[in-house]
Design a protein around this ligand. Structure first.
Ligand code: FAD
Ligand code: SIN
Length: 431
């Protein structure tokens, strides 16, 4: 017999888990995920999550920086939703228990490329994704949400009314199943493994785009794949991300001859938008006939490097590279899918009952180049809007546009059961 749920979510990264946590307040939820619950891009996020909550910053500046990084191809209306609603979703994450790093009791904010202010919240130094994934998984378990791990979604089921469910294959038992629902959310992440060098884990194979496309949904911006400028390039080591936050703390790119080069490419030098830095690195690699350039952070105190970047420090040490003493060989690697399944600002796809959020979706926020640390924010802002659209679609008021209407109902932090006390700071006081 086919099992029926009010909402089926494909994927268990930040998009899948966060939307499940909200959706379970309104109905039954099933998560299907093809690996272990934490096999996803989210777990590997290092730099953090951007939001304009710091002194002197504003959502307007965040919007401007996002549009500039997107090279003129972002949709200003959805970017405004992202930057305006971002601080409220950060409050949600804090309420859910994400342990963002603090300095003297205030949230610590880091700088990354193309952000004009320090506005990137992080956890465990450079282990932001690991903490987010663990916190949300814990909430999913506490709320008894059904999760089927090692279950690959293979097809979307449709009839004349639209999407009606999902067909899946058990990765361990080879069993096929059908699950029915009037709301299927694609939260299947990116597609880095289509490329030889990628920062993504093996589950990132673009399944959501393929499932949706095969079912007849529109996709967009698939030509824009972001290459992160700095992935580790060591013989015998995997393509491991070396966070942009190192450059935010002062690390400098040098070519293999030791020459600092970013000043020749952009006024923002090492903190230029990612696409510009990547192209500059490729150009330097060609000019020096090398397969890498070097990222040098050795001028900072060793203790600071180890405290701020414990994951990167430990990873490089496994391969005999002490980053407090030696420059890090790096080269660009496929990192983030700007395109995806085309959605409205409420996560609706072109197919009835099919929704998408997170890296699998595209609502033209990121344009041709995503601003650093905007992906985790994009995911939580729009995951919540998807769930609202499914369970509480807004009534359109005559003097508001639909987007403004949604915007009004979205601006309160999520109220959930099982929320730990707000332990860090009252974020509202900072805004
Ligand atoms: P994912 O977290 O990738 O989750 C996708 C889920 O879908 C997985 O559980 C996967 O197993 C499942 N799945 C896929 N296909 C199927 C299928 N057919 N059936 C069932 N399940 C399926 N962004 C930032 O904003 N800040 C950062 O600091 C940052 N650092 C990053 C560092 C690294 C190394 C990487 C790789 C990315 C980073 N990003 C960062 C990008 C960000 O992490 C991702 O864009 C974001 O986590 C995507 O979340 P998601 O839930 O959409 O997808
Ligand atoms: C990084 O830490 O450099 C990755 C940040 C991101 O992808 O947004």
């Amino acid at each position: 017999m086919n099992q029926e749920y009010d909402c089926i979510i494909l994927g268990s990264g930040i998009a899948g888990l966060y939307s499940a946590i909200i959706a379970q307040q309104y109905g039954s939820v099933l998560i299907l995920t093809k690996g272990n619950i934490d096999d996803c891009n989210t777990k590997y996020a290092q730099g953090g999550i951007a939001s304009a909550i710091g002194p002197g910053d504003s959502t307007k500046y965040h919007l401007d920086d996002t549009l500039k990084a997107g090279a003129g191809l972002s949709d200003i209306k959805t970017v405004k939703i992202l930057t305006d609603e971002g601080p409220y979703r950060i409050t949600d994450l804090i309420n859910l228990g994400v342990p963002f790093d603090t300095i003297h009791g205030d949230i610590a904010l880091a700088k990354e490329g193309a952000h004009r202010f320090p506005r990137v919240l992080h956890a465990g130094g450079d282990a932001t994704g690991q903490h987010i994934e663990a916190t949300l998984t814990n909430q999913v378990r506490q709320n008894n949400i059904t999760v089927m791990e090692h279950t690959l979604a293979t097809n979307l089921l449709a009839d004349s009314s639209g999407i009606i469910g999902v067909e899946s294959l058990g990765m361990k038992d080879n069993q096929k199943h059908r699950f029915l629902s009037n709301a299927v959310i694609l939260a299947t992440g990116g597609a880095g493994h289509l490329f030889r060098h990628t920062t993504n884990p093996p589950v990132a194979t673009g399944d959501g785009v393929s499932l949706a496309f095969n079912a007849g949904a529109q996709v967009m911006d698939m030509e824009f794949y972001q290459f992160h400028p700095t992935a580790l390039r060591l013989p015998n080591a995997p393509t491991f991300l070396i966070s942009e936050a190192l450059r935010g703390e002062g690390a400098l790119l040098r070519n293999v001859n030791g020459t600092i080069f970013m000043k020749h490419y952009d006024d923002m030098e090492d903190l230029a938008p990612r696409d510009i830095v990547t192209r500059a690195i490729v150009s330097e690699m060609r000019n020096t006939q090398s397969d890498h350039v070097n990222l040098d952070i050795t001028h900072l105190p060793g203790k600071k490097i180890k405290n701020r970047f414990p994951t990167i420090y430990a990873f490089c040490m496994q391969y005999g590279l002490d980053i407090t003493k030696m420059p890090i060989p790096v080269s660009p690697a496929a990192h983030y899918m700007m395109g995806g399944v085309k959605t409205t600002s409420r996560g609706e796809t072109s197919l009835r009952n099919l929704y998408a959020c997170g890296e699998a979706s595209c609502n033209a926020i990121h344009g041709a180049n995503r601003l650093a640390s905007n992906s985790l924010l994009d995911t939580v802002v729009f995951a919540r809007r998807v769930v609202e659209q499914i369970f509480h679609p807004p009534k359109k008021e005559s003097n508001l546009t639909l987007d403004e209407d949604i915007y009004l109902i979205s601006n309160e932090p999520t109220a959930l059961s099982n929320i730990p006390e707000l332990s860090l700071i009252n974020l509202q006081n900072m805004m």
